[in-house]
Design a protein around this ligand. Sequence first.
Ligand code: CTP
Length: 403
Amino acid sequence: MEKRILLIVGGGIAAYKACELIRLIRKAGMTVRCVLTDGGAQFITPMTLAALSEQPVHTSLWDLKDEAEMGHIQLSREADLVVVCPATADLLAKMAAGIADSLATTLLLATDKPVLAVPAMNVRMWDHAATRRNVAQLRVDGITVMQPDQGPMACGEFGEGRLPEPEAILAEIERRLSQPFASSMIEKPPLTGKHILITAGPTHEPIDPVRYIANRSSGKQGYAIAAALAQAGANVSLVSGPVALSTPPGVTRIDVETAREMQAAVYAALPADAAIMVAAVADWRAEANGQKIKKKGNTPPPLTLTENPDILAGLAQHPQRPGLLIGFAAETENILDHARAKLARKGCDWIVANDVSGDVMGGETNSVHIVSKDGTESWEKLPKDAVARKLTEKIIHALAPAS
Ligand code: CTP
């Protein structure tokens, strides 16, 4: 059956991009019905949205004719997915607080369908502690909040806060709709309402503008875990180093390059119910040269290395330490001894230890041991997605309320 989108257009200059989004949604074979907020109507008109969507456009909670034709509760339930685009700082704040003071916010509170919010705002508003708090709350509440793009803004500033391109928003809509658990919030999958933070992939530490230090991590294991947790209904934030993988359905991905960027992104994504640090973080960074280092005679340039922050150990000491903190240990010898030492040294709850002496890094299978204060579980060699599903089952069990 044709998928139906309810598109709530908020009040920001990016509202004009909602017009292009409507065109793309329809081209992808879906129907779209629009709700325009008062702020949104300062930027585009109901007529534009009606013409593009070929559907009536709703603007007021107090419209008797609208309410007689289709009540606001029905409007909030008949769609397969509710998309808020652009989601302004004000709309995000109202959603996080459960305020219902307009048609848009009332629909968002009344809906039983998955919600995707696509923020767009000034960089300082996006970075403000209040917005960070609201976004974190929305993610805990099970709402997918896309990461805004970086770049020049309509207000003349530069930074993170631009609306993602309509093509990227459509891809996220399609991912949300293909997520098996997303079609109904009534049949609750086991990790509904849990926010889980994952790091994956390598980090790249620049030496100069064209060279970097890296490792062989492909990100496959971390991405498989993110996919399995999202399938189980969790709200997943995946902080990813540079990898050649596509984002699993329903996962919020935050791309970073260096260890320090990864740490900042992890802290910004808190609070979380659980965190799984799968990334192969570079232990050292080089003093990066502003210009490409040139060859000088036969003497190679010296490389001075500085230790990177330990993201996992830092998270264990953080005031918002996730209730379940899981580290990975990449070892080539004495796997269990090293894993037990790491469990204690890093202050996490479990260590997933793997032998990386063979073809694990970049390969398709993994054989792991789960080390915790309760002992060690050794799993047979499995494909990485099977390891991910088994680990997800263990996490579901650990996060289940004690009965
Ligand atoms: N880790 C991290 N930050 C770092 C280094 C590692 O968060 N700077 C995390 C990894 O994501 C993993 C765990 O710590 O969950 C162990 O990583 P590993 O590379 O095995 O251990 P190291 O701490 O680097 O120790 P060593 O290289 O001595 O084995």
